[in-house]
Design a protein around this ligand. Structure first.
Ligand code: NG1
Ligand code: MG
Length: 477
């Protein structure tokens, strides 16, 4: 069996096997088990599951426009211990971290997620809502469960702590209910489930959490159908994650940041199609414009220059151009979860970012295919250009991310860029492996040592990472 075949269910691993020389990870599961017994009156968990966070090398804010991304999975993950017996009629959710309160839901309850109440358990409920849909189509009665969660993916940091939680919940809830989905199916269910929390994400995070392979990054293509290709990274460099320590909560700011960008990209696609004389009524994504027009990314960039105005559009400008009322425009194109609150929409610069960033993703993956000829600085330049485009055209950076990425470059990194949604959170830097120790020390002195309330454990916010494996079921052996 090919362990990393997306058309197979996730693999079952032995905890002692995958954490052979790693006592602290083994202890993490032992602690989870003893905490579980303490919380659930002596019951012993029968199943364990894990799903990792991720970094993205390049391809930011292009997934929801239908374009490929190039992430890999982190070692940091969200893990769950689970127990089930036929007498249980509810799902009990608890977290080892006392700041995350427990919750109980009946297995047959209708799941209504309150978008105004920002609870960690919303992500578990979202996963349950996604899985419930498959159980009601069969005659199967959902299983009652006791679940205990523990996570070490940095939160609100653009490395996908939320998706790790949704993915591990999706995996556990599916497997405990004998739903034998493949990794690819689980990823697609988790993508739809996470949208119940109100953010119209593109699918990169859940896909890599399930389909990641150790030792390589993954090029994920979403259209016309989901496809993954492993990409070997150059051996002479290391990847360092540095959290700016500016927290960015996508749910809280979704109306002015993430969901606004989703709608800006959608409207850019529709107007571009309209002006190019395409059948714009069916267009939802910038990728749809490429499919219908059959143009290359460079040619589409020229179309953006020709057809979209540099000045921001208002809702009434756009409605008038398309011959719609504002109400029709909102119903057809605006996200239904976290409401967008903006008066103006910068369609020109958002479209320019998406088409140019997508071209960088293809170039990066292509260069990695011929390691003999590869100049790592060329990869670095693509990453640096990605940051510039995120900062200037997509406006998803912030002063601290700009400052940290330039400190990283001054301190020996070949490249440094924001990672994930942005507006805070992490940077990813590519550093020659033999220079990593000096790099870590320099950046620590210049950026981190000056910050107030710095967390005690440096490795929780500034660490070297390499591609790890995707979600799996674990056994205590
Ligand atoms: P993070 O960084 O986890 O907030 C988000 C989206 C991705 C992608 C990136 C930007 C979700 C779950 N994740 O990630 O789909 O659009 O931003 O490239 O919405
Ligand atoms: Mg997230």
């Amino acid at each position: 069996m090919d362990l990393y075949n997306p058309h197979e269910p996730p693999i079952i691993e032995s905890i002692n096997e995958i954490y052979k020389d790693d006592e602290s990870s083994q202890n993490r599961y032992k602690e989870l088990e003893s905490k579980f017994r303490e919380i659930y009156n002596g019951d012993t968990p029968t199943h364990y599951f894990r799903a990792p966070g991720r970094v993205n090398l390049i391809g930011e804010h292009v997934d929801y426009s239908g374009y490929p991304v190039l992430p890999f999975a982190l070692e940091q993950d969200c893990i769950i211990a689970v127990y089930s017996d036929p007498s249980l009629e509810s799902i009990k959710i608890a977290n080892v971290d006392p700041q995350y309160p427990p919750l109980t839901v009946g297995t047959l309850d209708y799941i209504d997620i309150n978008l105004n109440c920002h609870r960690w358990s919303n992500y578990v409920l979202a996963a349950w809502k996604g899985i419930q849909q498959y159980l009601t189509t069969t005659t199967q009665k959902p299983r009652g469960l006791c679940m205990l969660f523990s996570g070490n993916v940095p939160l609100g940091a653009g490395v996908s702590s939320s998706s790790a939680l949704v993915c591990v919940s999706t995996l556990a809830l599916a497997q405990m209910n004998q739903l034998n989905f493949t990794k690819e199916e689980l990823a697609q269910i988790a993508v739809r489930s996470e949208r119940f929390v109100g953010i119209e994400g593109g699918g990169m995070d859940q896909t890599i959490s399930f389909l990641a392979q150790p030792n390589s990054a993954t090029l994920i293509e979403f259209l016309p159908t989901l496809k993954t290709h492993s990409v070997q990274l150059p051996k002479s460099v290391s990847f360092v994650i540095g959290n700016s320590l500016v927290e960015s909560n996508k749910i809280v700011t979704g109306g002015i940041y993430y969901n606004l960008r989703v709608v800006e990209c959608r409207l850019a696609a529709v107007l571009l199609a309209f002006y190019m004389g395409l059948t714009w009524e069916h267009i939802r994504k910038l990728h749809d414009v490429q499919v219908q027009s059959n143009l290359k990314l460079d040619e589409l960039l020229v179309k953006v220059e020709t057809h979209l105005q540099k000045e921001p559009y208002t809702k009434s400008n756009i409605a008038e151009i398309l011959g719609l009322t504002i109400d029709q425009l909102e119903k057809k194109y605006f996200p239904s979860g976290v409401k967008v609150s903006a008066d103006t929409f910068k369609l020109y610069s958002r479209a320019k970012h998406v088409y140019s960033e997508s071209s960088r993703v293809y170039q990066f993956a292509e260069k990695c295919k011929s390691p003999g000829k590869l100049s790592v600085q060329e990869l670095g330049n693509l990453m640096n250009d990605s940051h510039q485009s995120c900062a200037q055209l997509f406006e998803c950076s912030c002063p601290e991310l700009d400052q940290l990425t330039s400190i990283c470059k001054q301190s020996g990194a070949l490249s440094s860029r924001l990672c994930g949604a942005g507006w805070g959170g992490c940077t990813i830097s590519m550093v020659p492996t033999d220079q990593v120790p000096q790099f870590l020390e320099k950046v620590y002195q210049i950026y981190y040592s000056k910050l107030p309330n710095l967390p005690k454990d440096r490795s929780s916010y500034f660490f070297v990472t390499s591609p790890s494996q995707g979600a799996c079921t674990l056994i205590l052996k």
